[in-house]
Write a protein that binds this ligand. Structure first.
Ligand code: MLT
Ligand code: ZN
Length: 468
């Protein structure tokens, strides 16, 4: 509960209508896409400028109030959950284009800008912002940066980190830091910008970002292939990646396809079935090489994969609409599972280690948790697997969650053996902090705590997230 004096001080900073105290608002702003925690913030603030964010942080420092920075709240790890009476600082109003520079091909935006709006703005300038994923319609740039969001084009364009040319943040001491200022080359000491990317709101509140844009891609074609088994997916990846400039290489299992077809009513890619499917995308024009030549090349590769026995069936899009429909089979999986409240894992190993790793995970689940249904999908071209466990009807939610905690520990041990990561792209938040030690050494954990102390000496920024 906030005292009357603090409420008055907060109103003096943001204005009365920008301090939300109604139960509905607290519920809405206190949670992300996870459902494991009850939202319980003490208030929600909607600052309209960096100066207001700074004043909020200074006030919070004086009164020892915990702050939870909040974007589109599309996160999957509880990073934006406020469950312990924190003040939520929602960036919705900082959603403007601040500056566009066509020579540098950069755009500076408020942290609250919706990702899809940035993509649209870039396109209107004849440019492209390539970080793309299913929730671009509601996720915000600040949140994407705080979690270093990945998505479906990482194989070609990398993660959010690759596109951040500058950041304005307010750290936990209330200082405004202007980091990198849009420079391409800047070797003047430590690049602090990169510490904030993926810091999940624990080091500072991201207020503004200068984003690098790139040239618009040529038209793309999409192929969906039914694949014999998981190792064959890796063979198919090797075969296509050697010859085509892939912009995506995703995979999903038959179970995932069944769910998305059932839930969304999408058409299946082809009649037959396969244990796994690969979805690949490539640009159909490259310099002087014609569309036809690249598509013919893709068909030749497809035939060779069929001859090797890796691929059972496949389809190549013949129009933009067909390409979009094929993409829906992959992009809508997450949403199609949501009502089943899956226990989500978001893990990565080096691409070369993936077949052995996956076999070991499957064996582990088969032997120890035979009643669990696993729905696999993910960004196989980046070594990133999403393992979603569905609750068997016979188990209560609590029994199921308790068992899943054991699965996560066992997968954590496997990840340590394979030198992988417990979070490839969703972040650690509240959900994975108990497993962080499987991916980070005690020395790394100590250094992370020291860095946190340096930027947030009063420990007011998103406390309890990432680590305790
Ligand atoms: C995806 O790849 O679909 C997203 O990361 C969301 C998810 O894993 O559910
Ligand atoms: Zn993903």
């Amino acid at each position: 509960m906030l005292s009357k004096i603090i409420i008055e001080q907060l109103i003096a900073i943001v204005g009365e209508s920008r301090l939300l105290l109604e139960a509905d608002d607290l519920k809405r702003f206190g949670i992300d896409r996870t459902t494991l925690w009850k939202p319980a913030p003490c208030a929600v603030l909607l600052p309209g400028s960096i100066a207001e964010v700074q004043a909020i942080v200074c006030l919070a420092g004086q009164h020892n109030l915990a702050l939870v920075p909040s974007g589109g709240r599309t996160g999957l790890s509880g990073g934006a959950v406020a469950k312990d009476g924190e003040l939520v600082v929602a960036m919705n109003r900082l959603d403007q284009i601040v500056d566009f520079n066509p020579i540098d091909r950069t755009v500076t935006v408020g942290a609250g800008m919706i990702t899809a709006d940035l993509q649209d703005f870039a396109e209107k300038q004849g440019l492209y912002y390539p970080v793309n994923f299913a929730s671009t319609g509601s996720s915000q740039i600040g949140g994407n940066i705080a979690t270093n969001a990945g998505g479906i084009k990482v194989i070609k364009y990398g993660m959010t980190r690759n596109w951040v040319a500058g950041l304005r943040v307010v750290n936990g001491a209330g200082d405004i830091l202007d980091l990198n200022k849009g420079l391409v080359k800047n070797n003047a000491g430590y690049d602090l910008r990169h510490l904030f990317i993926g810091s999940e709101g624990t080091l500072g509140i991201i207020c503004e970002a200068t984003i690098q844009l790139t040239r618009l891609p040529a038209e793309s074609a999409v192929m969906v292939l039914g694949v014999r088994d998981f190792p064959a997916i890796m063979d198919v990846l090797g075969c296509f990646a050697a010859d085509l400039d892939l912009t995506a290489f995703e995979f999903f299992s038959q179970q995932a396809l069944d769910r998305v077809v059932e839930h969304r009513g999408h058409a299946k890619p082809f009649e037959g079935v396969a244990p796994f499917y690969a979805l690949l995308e490539f640009e159909t024009a490259r310099g002087a090489i014609s569309d036809r030549a690249i598509s013919d090349r893709a068909m030749t590769l497809f035939e060779s994969c069929v001859r090797q026995g890796w691929v059972l069936d496949g389809v190549l899009s013949q129009s933009v609409a067909q390409a979009q429909n094929l993409w829906k089979l992959r992009e809508d999986i997450s949403e199609s599972l949501w009502h089943l409240k899956p226990y989500k894992n978001d893990i990565s190993v080096r691409v070369s280690r993936m077949p052995n790793f996956l076999c070991e995970v499957e064996l582990l689940v088969e032997q120890q948790y035979p009643d669990f249904e696993i729905v696999w999908y993910g960004h196989i071209g980046d070594g990133n697997l999403h393992l979603n466990i569905l609750k068997p009807e016979a188990l209560s939610v609590d029994q199921f969650n308790a068992k899943c905690v054991n699965v996560s520990s066992e997968i954590g041990q496997l990840l340590a053996k394979y030198e992988g990561s417990i979070s490839a792209e969703h972040g650690v938040g509240l959900l994975k902090k108990d497993y962080l030690h499987y991916s980070r050494s005690p020395q790394e954990m100590d250094m992370m705590r020291s860095i946190k102390r340096a930027f947030d000496p009063r420990h007011i920024l998103n406390p309890g997230k990432l680590f305790d």
